[in-house]
Design a protein around this ligand. Structure first.
Ligand SMILES: C[S@@+](CC[C@H](N)C(=O)[O-])C[C@H]1O[C@@H](n2cnc3c(N)ncnc32)[C@H](O)[C@@H]1O
Length: 200
């Protein structure tokens, strides 16, 4: 992983130090708007937890789509998960993830999410914070093979991730198999769930 020297570097490099992220942010969530802004643009849109790392490990081999900096995925990789990281824009053009602290890790494949699912169709899928009102998440669940699992991190229907088509497919063609504890920033309602694709 290519990282410039920064406050997150130690956290990434020593898997055990990861909970310092939580400590940094846990005092007064309500007053932490700027911290969330820095964190989502510079590290991750969701709050990484050991439970999420464990889920990635459990459902590995896995492909992550729209991975951004792939922070949680990298932690899982350190613990032995087999993860392929993909994003449509793992570079400075990325308008969702911009930071002078973090760089995209080496080895993120520059791929549209649908193409990634088709290329790695035998893997399960990790998708965190797919863009709001954008067909990416829908294309992913549509392209997934029956029997594959989706580890989804984001808001529920009507929230600010994915679109209506995504949630329609999720409720009609998938079953929920796991609900993973996920802390959220104040005013954000993301959760982490695992779904199995049951039918085309
Ligand atoms: C809101 S960010 C979430 C990043 C990361 N998953 C996280 O939780 O921190 C959305 C990411 O999706 C990527 N993205 C947007 N459209 C995409 C597409 N069609 N295919 C693949 N990635 C896409 C963006 O480049 C961005 O990195």
């Amino acid at each position: 992983m290519m990282l410039i020297d920064n406050e997150w570097k130690k956290v990434v490099e020593t898997g055990t130090a990861r909970f310092s992220i939580m400590n940094l942010s846990s005092e007064k969530w309500g007053e932490n708007f700027k911290k969330r802004e820095d964190f989502r643009k510079g590290v991750s849109w969701h709050i990484p937890t050991q439970e999420l790392v464990d889920a990635i490990k459990k459902y590995s081999p896995i492909v992550s789509v729209g991975c951004g900096f792939g922070y949680t995925e990298k932690l899982a990789e350190k613990e032995g998960a087999d993860v392929i990281l993909t994003d449509i824009s793992p570079d400075i053009q990325n308008k969702w993830c911009i930071s002078d602290k973090m760089e995209f890790p080496n080895g993120v494949l520059s791929m549209d999410a649908k193409a990634a699912i088709k290329s790695f169709k035998d893997r399960n899928v990790f998708m965190a914070w797919p863009p709001y009102n954008n067909p990416m998440a829908y294309e992913v669940v549509k392209a997934m093979k029956v029997g594959r699992y989706l580890v989804y991190v984001g808001e529920s229907e009507g929230g600010c991730t994915g679109d209506d088509n995504f949630f329609n497919i999720l409720s009609n063609k998938f079953s929920e198999v796991d609900d993973i504890y996920l802390p959220s920033w104040d005013g954000i309602y993301d959760n982490a769930k695992v779904y199995r694709k049951e039918r085309r």
